[in-house]
Write a protein that binds this ligand. Sequence first.
Ligand code: ATP
Ligand code: FE2
Length: 337
Amino acid sequence: MICIGLEGTAEKTGVGIVDSEGNILALQGRALLPEKGGIHPREAAEHHAQNLVPLIKKSLEEADLGLTDLDMVAFARGPGLGPALRTVATAARSLALSLNVPIVGVNHCIGHIEIGRLTTGCQDPLTLYVSGGNTQVTAFDSGRYQIFGETLDIAIGNCLDQFARTVGLGHPGGPRVEELALTSDNYLKLPYTVKGMDLSFSGLLTAAIRKYESGARLEDVCYSLQETAFAMLVEVTERALAHSKKSEVLLVGGVAANQRLRQMLEVMTQEHYADFFMPEMRYCGDNGAMNAWLGLLMHQKGLKNQQGRKNDITDTQVIQRYRTDQVDVPWMKKSAR
Ligand code: ATP
Ligand code: FE2
């Protein structure tokens, strides 16, 4: 069975084609990079509207397939920006209807986990998912991916991006902050906010901006911002690892590009005699293949909707605040716990 997956929960339009053995036959994507300011949901939607058809064509070329070779369509129902989600859902429905093939709407966060499992070979990981719109620590337990910890306000990537924009480093901020942080080892005290198993980055963001505005060297603020934010992420991941008793840690999302975060996580993972995994960067950030693969996993399990009938096109409404733990995960073996 061959599935095409569409992605557009935020500013990246992605299309991927995957077969039921897990072979990734095509991977195409295009990100919207605003000149200044953040991402506007309507602009993201327009970006998807312009790019989906060309990317579908390119994906078919890459896979050396025709439209009629596609056996199903998958797309992310959420979480994400409303206008962006609706544009992609409409495209996915049109494609499925015109080809007369099944359609499956998937959870974006679970897509990241599943493409991570597929491409790294880890089995039952504790996952840290860090991006511009999401920050969560999840692990499989009692039939679902449970959320062990998450941000209470903004995502880590958003924190880095907002900081960078405010101090004039441009967008996306993560790579620029990382670059400057490498040239400093002068730690300035910043608020460290872990509440129970959850994280908060908004106070840290404000304090970092204030430090810079009150005359601190930008390199030192970047370094201190990274050290503080990443220590918070590693603490929550470490506690979830101890609690869940998993033996694998999987890092996914765009912020996984950061070498310092990876290094800190790897050290923690080794101290717990667990194995560290991270997909190649093209599978780490948002992409269409993750939705295609998750769609296949769900379809192969005879996906049912909430009323207990077979999933169909009427079950493809978008869900802006789609939580990871709302979805049954029957393709994973029963958790040992
Ligand atoms: P999502 O829809 O999953 O929230 P996204 O739209 O944020 O995803 P991604 O590609 O997953 O897209 O992540 C982009 C984020 O990753 C941005 O916030 C960016 O600043 C951050 N990022 C990229 N490279 C680095 C880096 N080297 N260090 C830290 N952060 C980085
Ligand atoms: Fe994502």
